[in-house]
Design a protein around this ligand. Structure first.
Ligand code: AGP
Length: 628
């Protein structure tokens, strides 16, 4: 959840460590924005210099303007999503060792913090915050002094490894020590950390956004690994100190991709990148002869042929992409596909065999619920394929194969373009399985791929033609207390997604339902003026489904509902019945989620903007949920 940045330079003390930390925090603020802090170290300091402040990063920046920080050789920075202790100045990171010589920042939850705290208190240590992080900082201070006594010289790297072996729970830790002003040390267990490799300088970050403005060369750190960076060296070991070879990779996007540009919000920018996200996810995956080429998966065709069941595990928006995948893959491949919330998966003792393919969908690649689900699946002998948007993250690293979505960095907490890219990748997987298993003819597959390749301009058309009517509808609806969203077939996950978007950024009570369930309960909620959003399937070849959804609209209207339909251009029945229609171009039904969701993303954004909420940073949420 929290954002972490670390910097070590080889030049004499300068402003660079502070500059890198603040730049990195600016780019990482989407991971948490309850408080922020930095700590700096330079030769000759007796205690670390730090500043920290509750609230947005701008509060910290103003504090530093009022009380400037000195030049330094190394620095660490933190932006917090509170898990342990309320968001306040005192609970903000960094936390400092009892003697003031070490500063430490942390992402995750240390489960045995209470016991460690009792032990330290019994030894005379005092605590001022309500955080588990302060316990780790005090403990590191104690262990660092023990290491000095044993070795006759400071060794913060060794001290951090010892502390890491004493902690349970999930953590990424970074620390600096005035006695070693050339290094920053880090450790990770069930929480992300990547290394950025510069020229005469090196970086640490909870994701590459922390340092992409300075370098695109990076190293993935594995589970239970520790790292020590100086300006010239990077050393990676396991927690016992054995050397480890970290996997290098090159970041495939530019720093400008994680900037707002001229847009009012990242969400606005990212919705406008929907067409590009789909296009880029398709890029390079179809041969000249129209065959899908997913060699990148590194799972043999024989193994894919043997798969007799798929279970998709994911959370939130990604799980709705998984529901769309179910409809498409079952139709194309004729094997059962279950879609399961990752947080529920391992607790229900799922039936997993070597012939089950578990597909873990995640934008961030760090969602702990999804990570735990995939670990469970692998322990049970199933293969796991990740659909992920973030290089170097934990979920692809721990999966047997990965199909990257190429949506570019998604900064707004509300997922938009990544959702379209996830659906696109799921289609590719389904068509690939159909190709390998021979459940579709070759020309059917290439026609479907052509239809998919034709989707980006259709998505663009929705943005170009519907933005005004969506905005106008948001103005009419801004005071509504609740919304119902209804859909059938692939419209059902889109109803769930539309409801989630509105809930999370406009703070409006919403419920998404399968339209067929309406008369089994939800219709009791419909009263005069209640807004009901209905995803209408096309009538072409699906008359029965279309007619049933039309009946749902009429049923709620008869009870006074205000109906907003998302429907295919030319659907005259809808035009006659619904109060407002968001139109989208004709496309194959299975691909309609790619266009149907777009006006709902815009609608949620417009509603939140009209209510003067921070569209990109909704209350209580963070972009990457690295705790279970
Ligand atoms: C969507 O708008 C969310 N904020 C949230 O539901 C998100 O999709 C979920 O937490 C999963 O995240 P992931 O894709 O990074 O795993």
């Amino acid at each position: 959840m929290c954002g972490i940045v670390g910097y070590a330079g080889s030049a004499p003390a300068s402003e660079k460590p502070l500059e890198v930390c603040l730049q990195g925090l600016k780019r990482l603020e989407y991971r948490g924005y309850d408080s922020a802090g930095v700590a700096l170290v330079a030769p000759g300091m007796n205690t670390v210099v730090f500043r920290k402040k509750a609230g947005r990063l701008s509060n910290l920046v103003n504090q530093i303007k009022r009380t400037p920080m000195p030049d330094a050789t190394v620095g660490i920075g933190h932006t917090r999503w509170a898990t342990n202790g309320a968001p306040s100045d005192v609970n903000a990171h960094p936390h400092i060792s009892q003697d003031g010589k070490i500063a430490l920042i942390h992402n995750g939850i240390i489960e045995n913090a209470q016991q460690l705290k009792f032990d330290l208190q019994a030894e005379g240590y005092s605590f001022s915050s309500g955080t588990d992080t302060e316990v780790a900082a005090k403990l590191l201070g104690k262990i660092a002094n023990q290491v000095i006594e044993e070795k006759g010289e400071p060794d913060l790297f060794e001290a951090l490894r010892r502390v890491s072996r004493m902690l349970t729970g999930a953590f990424t830790l970074l620390a600096v020590d005035v006695r070693q002003p050339q290094i920053v040390v880090g450790a990770r267990h069930d929480s992300p950390l990547v290394v950025g490799l510069g020229d005469g300088e090196n970086f640490l970050g909870s994701d590459v956004a922390a340092f992409v403005a300075y370098t695109k060369q990076a190293l993935e750190l594995g589970q239970d690994e520790a790292v020590c960076i100086s300006g010239t060296d990077v050393t990676v070991t396991d927690f016992d100190g054995n050397a480890v070879d970290a996997k290098p990779f090159t970041v495939d996007w530019d720093a400008s991709a994680s900037e707002k540009g001229g847009w009012d919000s990242f969400m606005d920018k990212e919705i406008h990148e929907d067409p590009e996200a789909v296009k880029n996810t398709l890029l390079g995956r179809v041969d000249l002869d129209g065959r899908l080429n997913l060699d990148e998966l590194h799972i043999s065709e024989d193994v894919f042929r043997s798969i007799d069941k798929i279970i998709v595990v994911a959370c939130g928006t990604a799980s709705y992409a998984g529901l769309v995948a179910k409809y498409a893959i079952e139709h194309w491949v004729r094997i059962p596909v279950e879609t399961e919330l990752a947080s529920e998966f391992r607790y229900r003792d799922p039936i997993l065999t070597p012939r089950t393919l578990v597909v873990a969908i995640s934008q961030s690649g760090e969602t702990m619920d999804t990570l735990m689900a995939l670990r469970h699946a692998r322990e049970q002998g199933s293969r796991v394929l990740a659909i992920c948007n973030t290089q170097g993250s934990s979920i692809p690293r721990e999966s047997d194969a990965v199909l990257y979505t190429h949506a570019g960095p998604e900064i707004a907490v509300a997922s938009t373009k990544a959702f379209l890219a996830q659906i696109t990748a799921a289609y590719l997987l389904g068509l690939y399985l159909a190709q390998v298993k021979g459940t579709m003819y070759r020309d059917e597959i290439s026609n479907t791929l052509e239809a998919l390749a034709a989707m980006p301009p259709k998505i663009q058309r929705v943005i170009d033609t519907q933005s005004d009517v969506v905005k106008d509808t948001a103005r009419r609806m801004v005071n509504a207390h609740s919304f119902l969203f209804l859909g059938r077939h692939v419209g059902y996950p889109i109803a769930l997604e539309g409801a989630l978007k509105l809930k999370e950024i406009a703070y409006t009570f919403t419920e998404g339902f399968a339209a067929g369930e309406l008369k089994h309960g939800p219709i009791a909620l419909v009263d005069e003026g209640e807004p009901v959003v209905v995803i209408v399937p096309p009538a072409r070849g699906r008359n029965i489904l279309h007619a049933k959804v039309m009946s749902a609209i009429e049923e709620v209207q008869a009870r006074g509902a205000f109906t907003i339909a998302v429907a295919e251009e030319g659907d005259e029945n809808v035009a006659d019945v619904a109060d407002v229609v968001f139109w989208r171009p004709e496309c194959p039904t299975l691909m309609s989620p790619l266009v149907d969701v777009v006006p709902l993303q815009l609608f949620a954004m417009d509603m939140a903007t009209l209510k003067h909420y921070d569209v990109d940073k909704p209350r209580n949420l963070a972009k990457s949920v690295t705790v279970e």
